[in-house]
Design a protein around this ligand. Structure first.
Ligand code: HMG
Ligand code: MG
Length: 298
């Protein structure tokens, strides 16, 4: 079995996690969380989103959060739905953004109120303008393994959207199992299709853990050469437009898996577990750090 020597974690808890929490944290608490994650060794942290506050009120304070972050500690990225979002990112001196398309028409309509093709046209313009400002752009694709509204999703559609995002200038594509329905077999089939045309170095996996399969799916992805993994401290959150979907795989659980497999990651698990417990307490959840059972897969 061949595995990557090292993995890059993209911590999405402060965005994907907090966007779906019923308790809204104040700016100071968010900044403390994000700086703590950087101190634990996380080098890429999605710190918030510049979406419509009418659609996702939990992210309304993102401008103030970004303005208070110390940029020398880590790369802080922002999720952007349109040109207005990019303008806010530029005002906050953000150096990396992520645009987010879907492989499911129904989800695209529910999440960003337009078709996949319309969204890709908007993101092309956003990406061009971002490049003029030396802002790097990452691309997400939601519902790669299934959609809460339309069910099955065609792998060739995922591959086509990924190609389009790369051609418009995204440097990396994050494959989102938004509702956590993937299994190791379905991830293998999906990646087999996408890897026909895209190198593994340009792909990340973003796996929500609704049915407890995320760690097994990550192991399958590692076997297939993927070395970028999105995760959320304490397994926080979900997507407000995918009802019932639970949070991303917990970063602590991913680190435990990587430790067991002998893969480098550069993160201090003890510090991360402390952050996980603190934030879980603030949000009224049991801490993922205290529930290690899912990480025992080899
Ligand atoms: P719309 O209603 O079609 O757009 O929403 P609009 O242009 O008519 O704007 C509506 C109002 O929002 C207007 O205000 C705009 O000014 C304002 P009003 O005139 O009514 O007072 N507005 C904004 N305000 C601040 N910042 C902006 C912005 N844009 C518009 N950027 C829109 C379209 C895309 C804006 C909306 O649908 C939206 O914000 N959607 C975001 C939904 C979202 O954040 N979902 C969760 C993130 S995606 C996710 O979690 C999946 C992922 O994790 C991967 C995975 O797991 O699969 C990435
Ligand atoms: Mg997500």
């Amino acid at each position: 079995m061949s595995l990557p020597k090292a993995v890059r974690i993209v911590e999405v808890g402060p965005r994907d996690g907090l966007q779906n929490e019923s308790v809204s944290l104040d700016v100071a608490t968010k900044v403390e969380l994000i700086h703590g994650l950087a101190d634990a060794g996380l080098q890429t942290i999605e710190a918030g989103s510049f979406v419509s506050p009418k659609w996702v009120p939990q992210m309304a304070g993102s401008d103030d959060v970004f303005k208070q972050l110390n940029p020398s500690h880590a790369t802080y990225t922002a999720l952007i739905p349109n040109m207005r979002g990019l303008e806010r990112a530029i005002e906050c001196n953000v150096k990396e953004i992520a645009v987010f398309a879907a492989a499911s028409e129904a989800f695209s309509q529910k999440n960003i109120n337009c078709s996949i093709d319309e969204s890709l046209e908007k993101f092309k313009a956003v990406t061009q303008k971002a490049k003029e400002h030396n802002i790097a752009v990452r691309g997400y694709i939601s519902c790669v393994s299934g959609c809460p509204y339309q069910g099955d999703v065609d792998h060739t559609k995922v591959s086509a959207v990924a190609q389009y995002l790369l051609e418009m200038g995204c440097y990396e594509i994050s494959l989102g199992d938004t509702i956590g329905v993937a299994t190791p077999d379905s991830i293998e089939a999906l990646l087999t299709e996408i890897l026909k045309t895209i190198e593994p170095e340009k792909l990340a996996v973003h796996l929500h853990d609704t049915y407890g399969q995320a760690i097994a799916n990550i192991k399958q992805s590692l076997i297939m050469g993927i070395s970028i993994i999105d995760s959320s401290v304490a397994g926080l959150g979900g997507c407000p437009y995918a009802k019932g979907a639970s949070g991303n795989v917990a970063t602590e659980h991913v680190i435990q898996l990587l430790n067991e497999l002998g893969i480098e990651h550069g993160i201090n698990l003890e510090k991360l577990n402390t952050i996980s417990r603190t934030i879980s307490q603030k949000l009224g959840h049991p801490a993922a750090a205290d529930n290690g059972s899912k990480s025992r897969l080899k």
